[in-house]
Design a protein around this ligand. Sequence first.
Ligand SMILES: *Cc1c(COP(=O)(O)O)cnc(C)c1O
Length: 436
Amino acid sequence: MKTPSPIDRSRSAELFEAAKGFFPGGVNSPVRAFKSVGGTPLFIAKGNGAEIWDEDGNQFIDFCCSWGPLIHGHNHPYVFEKIVATLQNGASFGAPTRKENELAAFMLERLPFIDKIRFTSSGTEAVMSALRLARGATGKNKILKFEGCYHGHVDALLVQAGSGLVTFGTSSSAGVPEAFANETLVLPLNDAEALSACFEAQHHDLAAVIIEPIPANNGLLLQDLTFLNLLRSLCTKYGVLLIFDEVISGFRVAFGGAAELYGITPDMVTYGKIIGGGLPVGAYGARKEIMAYVSPEGPVYQAGTLSGNPVAMAAGLAQLELCASPGFYTQQAKRTQTFVDKINAFALAEALPMELVCVGSIFWFSFNGKKRITAASQIASEMTAFNFMHHFLLDVGVYFGPSGYEVGFVSSAHTDAQLNYAAEQIIAALAAFYQK
Ligand SMILES: *Cc1c(COP(=O)(O)O)cnc(C)c1O
């Protein structure tokens, strides 16, 4: 099997050269730079439905979907219409608008585990604010996180496991003081024993545990339900707040995210991505007793010039209304499963050391044999197969986020024909790679 002939990417290449003069590494967020897969990024000119076009006019079926927000694809007519209608009245006021009430009411009616929310402008901001609130509400300092979970670029969470048995973190980014990192404990995912031991030793000063209940930023590391339930019961037993970071999983695997899918009640939740309909929105929420600590009701300060921006609220509400239609999540999961099964059947028949893992409409190429993996340390460090496939697929019009550690998304805009074409091309790419 031969590889496809390369598409013309000269305009993107020129734009990237110019961008390098403007931005560190030529980008405004690191993973966009194609460092992981090699080569230079495509500059995207437009998107419609499940498709995007780059500046050279090449067309792609998009499985990145802006890294998750676009659950209904690009420029969904209903979302578009609501954005434009709202924008006609002005972009921002820094004063309350009806749109904030509307989105909040729509969410809270369907999210039984939280009474109140606060809107922010990004997932990072939501997480940062939730941690401050957890500390302010409990009067305790330490936070426990899990290795391989990403929670945005919050100082206290840019932390990796220290060496040996000590679970205190060390910073994983320059510019994060060790003193901050020392306030964060880090444990491996899905390790019940380590979790119990850590709670026993550290619960006195533990304000909160933060977890992606569906870890989807470093592979898709589906956890045992027994582990998540143990986490819930330990938090309850020791009076530690359980924060579900549902910035990816919220409104993605079910309207109520992993909390609804797994039937586990967190104390606090953070949202982002889908909640903004493609515009910048994040949110955090909790029971009203906890939210009462937030300023101006309480002593925990948190604010934002563009928080609750009416245009972003309108986009979010339109998108969530579409998500709430009956059968939406069942249908999305079914279509994703069909897509995944097709590729997995080929991998199985050819005995390839890979498989696709999926939940809801999130999927991930696991190049780890057929072994189910649940922790960051189990992911193969070798990404040659994904990198080969990524470049192969660009040349045949299929776009994935440029890193093998990232998941892909199926939107409601992906047609069966597009999914079938993409599956065929993925199979061709895998066949070409493993024949080499
Ligand atoms: C994307 C993401 C964030 C950060 O959100 P931004 O909007 O990029 O700041 C935080 N937590 C999780 C789980 C995410 O997937």
